[in-house]
Design a protein around this ligand. Sequence first.
Ligand code: FE2
Length: 509
Amino acid sequence: MKISRRKFVLSAVLLVPVSRLMAESVDFKRNYFQHGVASGDPLQDRVIIWTRISPINYADTALGWEVSTDPGFLNVVKKGRTEISAHSDYTVKVDVKGLKAGCTYYYRFSYQQMMSEIGETKTLPKELNGADFSMAVVSCNNWEDGYFNSFRFLAQKPEVDLVLHLGDYIYEYATGEYGNPASGRINEPKHEILTLQDYRTRYALYRTDQDLQALHAKKPFYLIWDDHELANDAYKNGAKNHQPNEGTWDVRKKAAIQAYLEWMPIRAKNATEVRRKFEIGDEIALYLMDERSSDRTRQMDNTNPGFNAEERQIIGESQYSWLANELKKSKATWKLIGNQVMFSGYAVAKGFKLPKYNDWWLGYPYERAKVLDLLEREKVGNAIFLTGDHHESFVLAVHQEDKFMEYTKSYRQRPLAWELLTPSITSKNADRRSESEIAAFEKMLHNKDINPHLVYGDIKSHGYFIATMNKKRMQIDYYFVDNLLTNVANEHKSASFILDAETFGITSN
Ligand SMILES: [Fe+2]
């Protein structure tokens, strides 16, 4: 029997089981949530949940959301509807309030009869009560440098309560300008991002990354920006990577901050609110700093006569006063300063190249000394700088030093603070130098005559560390991946340290 093409197509459609037709339409609708879901800024009773609708259906300008105590959504404890708008690039944030402390919650969004994937999040406990609290510290995930494999491994760690991202969540460069061509990852847009639409497009690209999406869906985040969310070496009134022919800095900075606030699952509604604190009982206090947009003056060479001037700021007077008051009154066992750039620094022997430190705290000696004096004068115990930006892993004791960039005090003496640097997720460090060069530099770093305050330095690995805290001690575990150039990689636990709350001394674990 001869069947016409039309008849054949019709019969073929009728033969497809109804369930598969439905599944296909569901697959199509999944595209509404192509940037995933995320949660952040958990407090004891609330947490921000985030998603984005794309492409928008202009007939429907609201979405539904619900929060449940179980992943099957049998016990929905909060739900509502929220407007979607072009003003926020169709990103949506809900501050879900009235939750219980120290609980795991599941959340999802619905739009046009389509459900998003299910996100998991956790409110802060009221106090630790002898339990551990585990915070993963990450920074510097550059798209063109490779795959965010570390984020996938981190998402799979049930013991991690939350992720602290210290900045460089995106990089602003044009394609090919900063990265590893071997990764095959290409920026979108391809040019350097300058306008609001450019910044939004770059965030949208990063948030298509499956590993980043998986981590956001699994863990709540605290986030602060570093320079590249604006432009390289950003300060209040400009950036090294901002030229006059790229428009005015104020307009660009405003656009960059707007896109950041739209895309990050944080509570802040403006740049000032990005400086914030989180507390767990009298055990953990976390202070998140803005060392870029609010008051930082321009970087300067230390040969310049004005280098030590009082006017040169990295955090500014009001942020300093806020931090000083908080540190003075805090009774927390662990006082964590979530911070962008390296505070302590290190020295190098003759013949080795010192990284450019003008963008670090060392480049602002007046304010750096003020913070050191504060830690000493007020006997602020157990202060710990958590630092990104540097792309390399370091554990350093922070002391007053008599001479700039001369480190004479050992880590065996009780320091004023500790500093823990997290490596980059992908961004370039010394990884592409020769093995012998890397080994020589690391050996020099560990020389006690040069850096008596240095406990640990690794300049070639990528990954993150996890700080697991209780009332008595903090354990610091570094995790590194062995590949960035594809999404096939292995992770291994590397250096591990124990910080004692009583003695404030550190030991290798
Ligand atoms: Fe970076």
